[in-house]
Design a protein around this ligand. Structure first.
Ligand code: SAM
Length: 291
């Protein structure tokens, strides 16, 4: 094992320097992730069931439109898609995790739900004027780097019908310095990161001016592999979101910090939900359509 490389990775890196691997599409990790998504009692990968249900209730109330065409970006195993479908909407879920999409498709088939699941990178989405509502839940927008965020917002804008709604959540920048975690290490015989013995060094670094915290995990195993996972996590206040969305053709941009119960960093007042409307008049059908 080359300790010089490991020492380099334990120093505070330049903003947005890449790790050497990604988590969501790794075969072993994506199996662990699916189990965590489906665990109803913890708020990791997906929020717990009660929060998911209340979030769906809040989203549907705040858009208040029947029979919507909905797109769920980063849908994971389809937990939100299924509830939206049960409430009478037509739903498409997009995720680049094969494992989650395969699970979601099987579940929809078993339950006789006509949900369309697409295994795709949402940065490559290329649809136009199709959706009444695009949603992206569990603070995923905040892990995109600024240029990726721009691509995503343009894709959402293009995919929405005029007057359509974009709803997403981000981590709030309140008390940012308290959100930095301490350096820790762990040994595992097999677990989340690997199915063989490994050592994990976890660390985080604050970039105050940019309101970014890098959460980093270095995973080392017996075969001298070392994988560096980097999560560049952005924190926002409502004004940041307005400045981000307005130039891209959104209006009526509103933020809410009371959608979720207070539990931990990923919930309650630490999370801002944002609702924005694509500029334009929503097409709500004619009498002829409903005949
Ligand atoms: C934190 S999980 C949230 C899943 C789901 N929204 C929920 O709350 O149950 C983020 C999801 O986004 C997916 N994802 C991350 N980056 C993506 C990308 N570039 N394109 C498509 N899916 C992506 C991951 O595979 C993962 O399922």
């Amino acid at each position: 094992m080359d300790f010089t490389d490991i020492i380099e990775f334990t120093k505070k890196p330049q903003l947005y320097a890449e790790g050497n691997t990604v988590m969501w599409t790794d075969a072993h990790i994506s199996k662990q992730l699916l189990n965590i998504h489906l665990n109803q009692d913890i708020d990791l990968a997906s929020r717990r069931r009660s929060s998911i249900e209340s979030t769906v209730g809040w989203i549907l109330n705040s858009v208040n439109m029947e029979k919507m065409n909905i797109l769920d970006l980063g849908c994971g195993p389809g937990l939100y898609c299924e509830i939206m479908t049960k409430r009478g909407h037509k739903v498409t879920g997009v995720d680049f995790s094969k494992n989650s999409i395969e699970y979601a498709r099987k579940e929809a088939m078993k339950k006789g739900m006509g949900i369309e699941y697409v295994n795709q990178n949402y940065l490559e989405l290329n649809e136009e004027n199709k959706y009444d509502l695009v949603m992206m839940v569990f603070t995923d927008l905040g892990v995109l780097k600024p240029h990726e965020r721009e691509i995503l917002i343009r894709n959402v804008h293009r995919g929405l019908k005029p007057g359509g709604t974009f709803i997403f959540d981000v981590l709030s920048d309140r008390n940012l310095d308290t959100k930095v975690s301490e350096r820790t290490w762990e040994m595992e015989e097999s677990g989340f990161w690997k199915d063989s013995p490994c050592m994990i060094l976890s660390d985080s670094f604050l970039y105050l001016d940019e309101k970014v915290i890098l959460y980093q995990h270095i995973v080392m195993d017996e075969s001298d592999n070392f994988d560096v996972y980097r999560f560049w996590t952005h924190f926002f206040e409502s004004d940041d979101l307005r400045k981000m969305l307005e130039p891209e053709g959104f209006e009526n941009i509103e933020c809410f910090d009371d959608v979720l119960p207070e539990i931990d960093m990923w919930n309650g007042e630490n999370v801002l939900f944002c609702r924005a409307r694509k500029v334009g008049i929503a097409y709500r059908g004619t009498e002829e359509d409903s005949r």
